[in-house]
Design a protein around this ligand. Structure first.
Ligand code: ATP
Ligand code: MG
Length: 389
């Protein structure tokens, strides 16, 4: 039996972006995501994209699992491809959907007919197939309002497609339809969630991580790479910079009042990320900050951080409680990695009494004796780049 995957794309209101561009980028992303599974062809047809494997023995379970993480897909389904003949459609429906129907108590049949030459009209197809399935599965009842299984038959020009329930897709917009942004990624819970959320809005990701050896270890860096790998299942490959940050932190400690350590450090992160972002054609920065979560995330502190860069800073977690952020991190499978106990450069240098009501003029005065340009230039020069996928 021939099988295909049908894709319903999301975002019905495509402001500023036409459907063609949206679909072309979506297809490119699906093709990349499925590369390891096999070769596929993609055909746009009406409001559906049909995904067909070229080889016979391709693992479609795996393909569906991967496609469930591709943004821009509202729903997907597997369908059997049948010759357009009612007897054949009934026989294939019975065989192909047996497992799903056996688990259900109620069902309905929905027929769609784009080939108007087909001898039966849609309600007639539904009636005939419905009656047939009821006669073959004794436990089954019809429920047109809230069925456990909806059997859908689409009569198209060349074939009929037969499918059971839709599978929910990842939603959002195809990555690459909203430009590029650089996410400041730590080993914590919040920044991978922030990265995921912006990728869901169609943003292609670049990542920047600040490491402070020997205070932070290689294991901490591995953890960040593992987190990015998990995010990349949704976002696609992520160009990643690891920036040496020890010297800057030591200079801050030497030259600045302790209560400003965190804010000043954050400002350096912004300045360096902005330069790397520009190298990578990114138009924004992303952080995992959430209002009030810690002293460096008060409105005053965030204003001082923002002032260090001219790029917009996206903070998708800003209005979320920790438990809401954790729920997403579990869903995207980053939580267990995030809570592994490796040190972050921020935790190594946390001041005892951080300034919560910091004013920009005071922060600027506090950092004024630093040799900023030199330090930033050196950090950018020594940043290591790799691609995580
Ligand atoms: P997270 O769970 O993402 O680590 P957090 O609640 O621990 O967040 P902070 O440690 O204060 O918060 O960091 C706030 C944000 O600053 C992070 O979400 C991240 O975007 C950025 N950040 C912190 N540490 C680093 C780092 N070592 N490298 C890159 N970005 C960082
Ligand atoms: Mg952190």
């Amino acid at each position: 039996m021939r099988e295909i995957i049908l894709i319903k794309n999301g975002e019905l209101v495509l402001k500023g972006l036409n459907r063609n561009t949206f679909e072309d980028i979506l297809i490119k992303n699906m093709r990349k995501a499925l590369k390891e599974v096999g070769e596929f062809t993609f055909t746009k047809s009406q409001s559906t994209i049909m995904v067909q494997s070229v080889e016979e023995d391709t693992d479609l379970d795996e393909a569906v699992d991967i496609l469930k993480k591709v943004f821009g897909i509202a729903a997907l389904s597997r369908a059997a491809v049948a010759e357009k003949d009612m007897d054949n459609i009934m026989a294939i429906s019975r065989e192909y959907l047996a497992d799903e129907i056996l688990e259900a108590k109620t069902f309905k049949v929905e027929a769609k007919r784009s080939d108007k030459k087909f001898p039966l009209k849609s309600p007639e197809i539904s009636r005939e197939l419905g009656g047939f399935l009821l006669s073959k599965f004794n436990h089954l009842k019809v429920d047109v309002h809230n069925p456990d299984v909806t059997v859908t038959v689409e009569i198209r020009d060349n074939y009929a497609f037969i499918r059971g329930n839709n599978i929910k897709g990842a939603g959002g917009m195809p990555v690459g339809t909203s430009g590029r942004a650089a996410v400041l990624i730590s080993g914590g819970i919040d920044s991978p969630v922030a990265a995921y959320m912006m990728a869901k809005r169609g943003v292609e990701l670049v990542a920047v991580h600040f490491a402070s050896p020997p205070f932070t270890t290689e294991l901490a860096e591995k953890k960040v790479m593992e987190l990015l790998k998990r995010v990349a299942k949704y976002s696609g490959a992520i160009t990643t910079y690891v920036v040496p940050f020890t010297e800057i932190q030591q200079e801050i400690r030497k030259n600045c009042p302790e209560e400003y350590f965190t804010i000043i450090m954050r400002r350096y992160m912004m300045k360096i990320s902005e330069i790397l972002a520009e190298h990578q054609n990114c138009s924004a920065l992303i952080t995992g900050e959430s209002l009030g979560q810690v002293a460096s995330q008060t409105m005053y502190a965030l204003a001082c951080t923002d002032a260090a860069t001219s790029l917009p800073v996206f903070r998708p977690c800003i209005g979320m409680d920790k438990d809401e952020i954790i729920r997403i991190s579990r869903k995207i499978d980053t939580f267990e990695t995030s809570i592994l106990p490796y040190e972050d450069c921020c935790t190594v240098f946390t001041p005892k009494h951080p300034k919560t009501r910091a004013k920009l003029v005071d922060v600027e005065a506090a950092e004024s004796s630093m040799k900023s340009e030199e330090l930033i230039e050196k950090a950018v020069e020594n940043a290591r780049r790799s691609v995580v996928k």
